[in-house]
Design a protein around this ligand. Structure first.
Ligand code: NAP
Length: 269
């Protein structure tokens, strides 16, 4: 006779009935987070500026009823309208993963206002815009999970990325302040801080090193991986599993934290 199997997670996945929004879900870390949250039972709205990659991610998700919202997180009115439409279609937004972002590098003397403003707007103001849009709904239901994908660059400095570092430090400041504000409202707010992660965004950093040093892209990747004590690039799934854990109902005491997923590269103080 076969031993009884525990399939309760499959029949009652822990995030069943929760509507989760993941920004930047068409590639890299955002795609992996969407796959993980769908595996945990959530119904997803995938946000980005291009429909094609969002539809490609949607095709990979477990479960039914997922949707996409084509919107730019830097446009306060547009992202507000898109998230209101998503809530009307798939229910109150219970989980917000502020993942969309971009990283451009330059020495400060060559960081012109356009680059500075772009880094601050997409990484920091975009996080504010999405949070501002969904927070009242979470406060009304008295349950919510907000996870901001910051970076180790939100915890320590790196040369030649001062605008990106400033923006990601800002995301951690926003996380900490909002966590105190909503601490008694059933909502948790945390940041996850990946180290160098194997995604299209890292490809941009690798191309930059290749262009500036003439080294091969494998060589450039090896250098980036060497900054991780585990000697490897972080994988998008490493980040996604941490985000999934923070969204579980039992994670409600983990609040206001900035959690590195970086193989020991930086230690949160
Ligand atoms: P990625 O593959 O380049 O993904 C970024 C996503 O954000 C894209 O799907 C992009 O889609 C979306 N996006 C960019 N600007 C947007 C905007 N204005 N409005 C809406 N969506 C926008 O990068 P990734 O590596 O997965 O990065 C995800 C997050 O992790 C970022 O916040 C990044 O800073 C952070 N992070 C990455 C690393 C790393 O080494 N890869 C390390 C630490 C932290 P569209 O172009 O279609 O809009």
């Amino acid at each position: 006779m076969n031993a009884p199997t525990d399939n309760s997670r499959e029949t009652h996945p822990p995030l069943a009935g929760r509507h989760a929004v993941v920004t930047g879900a068409g590639s890299g870390i955002g795609e992996a987070i969407a796959i993980e949250l769908a595996r945990l039972g959530a119904t997803l709205t995938l946000v980005g500026r291009r429909a094609e990659p969002l539809n490609a991610t949607r095709d990979k998700l477990a479960g039914q009823g997922h949707g996409i919202a084509v919107a730019d997180i830097t446009d306060h009115a547009a992202i507000g309208a898109a998230l209101a439409e998503a809530a009307a279609a798939r229910g109150a937004i219970a989980i917000l993963i502020n993942n969309a972002g971009a990283a451009k590098s330059a020495p400060l003397a060559k960081t012109e206002p356009a680059l500075w403003n772009e880094m601050l707007t997409v990484n920091l103001t975009g996080t504010y815009n999405c949070t501002h849009a969904v927070l009242p709904g979470m406060q009304a239901t008295r349950w919510g999970r907000i996870v901001n994908i910051a970076s180790t660059a939100g915890l320590v400095g790196y040369a030649y990325v001062s605008a990106y570092c400033a923006a990601k430090h800002g995301v951690i400041g926003l996380t900490r302040a909002l966590a105190l504000e909503v601490a008694k409202q059933g909502i948790t707010v945390n940041a996850v801080c990946p180290g160098y992660t194997d995604t299209p965004l890292l490809g941009g950093a690798v191309d930059n090193i290749v262009a500036k040093t003439g080294r091969s892209s494998d060589d450039a990747k090896t250098t980036l991986a060497a900054s991780n004590p585990q000697g490897r690039l972080v994988q998008p799934e490493d980040v996604a599993r941490t985000v999934g854990w923070l969204c579980l109902p039992g994670s409600d005491a983990i609040h206001g934290q900035s959690i590195p997923v970086a193989g020991g590269e930086v230690m949160a103080g």
